[in-house]
Write a protein that binds this ligand. Structure first.
Ligand SMILES: Nc1ncnc2c1ncn2[C@@H]1O[C@H](COP(=O)(O)OP(=O)(O)OP(=O)(O)O)[C@@H](O)[C@H]1O
Ligand SMILES: [Mg+2]
Length: 518
């Protein structure tokens, strides 16, 4: 499926239906992004499948989501079905060989793939606000929460940590407001309720450690193929906001972590964003602007982003303008909105005098598309009516047994799966708190000897009680685990207060989409 650094997509046809020429996507323009659109059942998923297969074969790791489970077959060897063989022949694909792609399955719920997690701290306030559909006032409070946490090195790992911090902020709202800006108790309350809802929706599975390491979605196999990470998203789609926020977080992580490479020979990673409309549906303008910015800048980090959606109007114009490689499957044109979509889709192509784009879009068959990719110095090729190649991997889902087998032998088997994660997150917190308390005690002891000049900046609630608490700790008073979490937070808050006070240069820095910079 690879010819001289080009991915074979299919073959175009002449108006008289005769074979015209093979159509390619050039690897060196793979990071110039792309768009796959079309009405339901027109061939988008299969197009995604063949593009992912080919990138993988070229040694490029791929990340994609499997919305309906029908993309999972990419992990299995295809079978010689008549209609596939016929299509291979029609486009001059010879020999047509079947082959499974190297796949790692991921799942936020840990059922149909390895667990994917991140921490609250890594997600950051912007995406979390989006996830919680926060109002402006609530977003303000979240920003303050992250400011306190980031500046003080306070570990916000899971939902409970944030819940505890919000409790604290609610209790000390008036004092904190004078230091950090207005904290309305009502907003704190709504955020707390929002967190409970998230928890009920199963988002707690997603927040914690071990967090996904980007290197695990950028793997290559020993025979030089790029690994395809397939995110099981059927269950996830019941919570579209979590789905969209998760993918945005991942994009943002890639952006913040990867170094600049300019325009590489081939992409370092290709990222498919299926159901891309979910990203932009009633997204605030700030977020759309930031997404646009990340998409524009991530290209020079060698990452190609491909949006997959039914309607090209789903993608904002500023983003659309950056998508160089386009595959437009059939669209219907019954309603005015559909007609507008057809018109828009047609207008974005470099016209081909041989046919009328608008008419063609409504007349395309299944697995057929208008294709234009970047060529030469990076200009879009003339649009061609193209029969997309059949996949080498299986069309349709794999069986649960096959999936289990693949998960058991995957290169990350055991790395993310252990249920001990919650424990470990909590242990980390406890350990940090213990160290912080120890350091605090030592520092106090020293200070008492020196008779400090005073004027130290503190967070409310953490002034003079410290000694009392240290004493309690010395007395070895046992606390219930709920209360313990509070004390963990208190200790961390103390260390927060200290670093804000001394402006220790370890404040965390956040990137465009608000995730952590390293
Ligand atoms: N390139 C192709 N080669 C062979 N068959 C294809 C090809 N593309 C699509 N088909 C056939 O069309 C069917 C539907 O395609 P596909 O599942 O990709 O549609 P879709 O646009 O993803 O639909 P939906 O919006 O419902 O997810 C496939 O199951 C397959 O049988
Ligand atoms: Mg599909």
């Amino acid at each position: 499926m690879l010819v001289d650094g080009k991915l074979f997509i299919g073959a175009s046809r002449n108006p008289d239906d005769s074979l015209n020429k093979p159509e390619y996507l050039e690897l060196k323009f793979g990071n110039r992004h792309g768009l796959v659109t079309g009405a339901t059942g027109t061939g988008k998923t299969v197009t995604l499948q063949i593009l992912a297969e080919s990138f993988s074969e070229a040694g490029v790791p791929v990340f994609c989501a499997d919305i309906k489970g029908d993309l999972s077959g990419i992990a299995a060897k295809g079978e010689a079905k008549d209609f596939l063989l016929k299509r291979a022949e029609a486009i001059g694909l010879s020999p047509y060989e079947f082959r499974a792609a190297p796949v790692i399955f991921w799942d936020l719920y840990g059922e149909q793939g390895h667990r994917v997690r991140t921490t609250i701290a890594e997600m950051g306030p912007l995406l979390l606000s989006r996830l919680m559909d926060a109002s402006e006032a609530q977003e303000g409070v979240l920003n303050i929460a992250f400011k306190i946490a980031d500046q003080g090195g306070l570990p916000l790992l899971d939902l409970k940590d944030l819940q505890a911090l919000l409790n604290y902020m609610g209790e000390h709202a008036s004092e904190l407001s004078s230091q950090f800006g207005l904290i309305s108790k009502a907003s704190v309350g709504s955020l707390q309720r929002g967190l409970l809802i998230l928890e009920q929706q199963g988002a707690e599975n997603f927040f914690g450690e071990p967090a996904l390491a980007i290197s695990d979605i950028m793997r290559t196999t020993s025979d030089g193929r790029g690994t395809i990470s397939v995110l099981a998203a059927d269950k996830l789609m019941m919570n579209p906001r979590l789905y969209a926020t998760f993918l945005l977080w991942l994009l943002s992580e890639l952006f913040e972590e990867l170094p600049e490479v300019g325009d590489p020979e081939k992409p370092r990673l290709v990222f498919f964003f299926d159901e891309a409309h979910l990203l932009f549906d009633d997204a605030p303008k700030v977020l759309v602007d930031r997404i646009e910015q990340v998409v524009r800048l991530i290209r020079s980090k060698g990452v190609g982003v491909y949006f997959v959606t039914q309607n090209p109007l789903d993608v904002p114009e500023t983003v659309l303008a950056q998508l160089g490689n386009r595959v437009q499957h059939a669209l219907r044109a019954y309603t005015p909105r559909e007609q507008k979509a057809v018109k828009t889709a047609a207008e974005t192509f470099r016209p081909n005098p041989a046919f009328d784009c608008e008419t063609a879009i409504t007349a395309l068959g299944t697995g057929e598309a208008l294709v234009s990719t970047l060529e030469g110095k990076g200009i879009p090729s003339m649009v061609e009516r193209t029969l997309i190649r059949p996949p080498a991997s299986r069309l349709g889902p794999i069986t649960p047994a096959e999936r289990q087998q693949l998960m058991a032998t995957s290169p990350v088997s055991g790395v993310y799966d252990r249920d001990a994660d919650r424990e470990s997150a909590y242990e980390i917190l406890t350990e940090r708190a213990r160290k912080a308390a120890e350091a605090e005690a030592a520092r106090r002891a020293e200070e008492e000897g020196k008779e400090s000049a005073g004027g130290r900046w503190t967070l409310p609630g953490f002034g003079d009680e410290t000694e009392e608490q240290t004493k309690t700790a010395k007395n070895g008073t046992r606390r219930s685990s709920g209360y313990q979490r509070e004390s963990v937070l208190e200790a961390a808050m103390k260390s927060a207060a200290r670093s804000v006070a001394t402006s220790v240069g370890r404040a965390l820095v956040r990137g465009i989409l608000g995730s952590l910079k390293r």
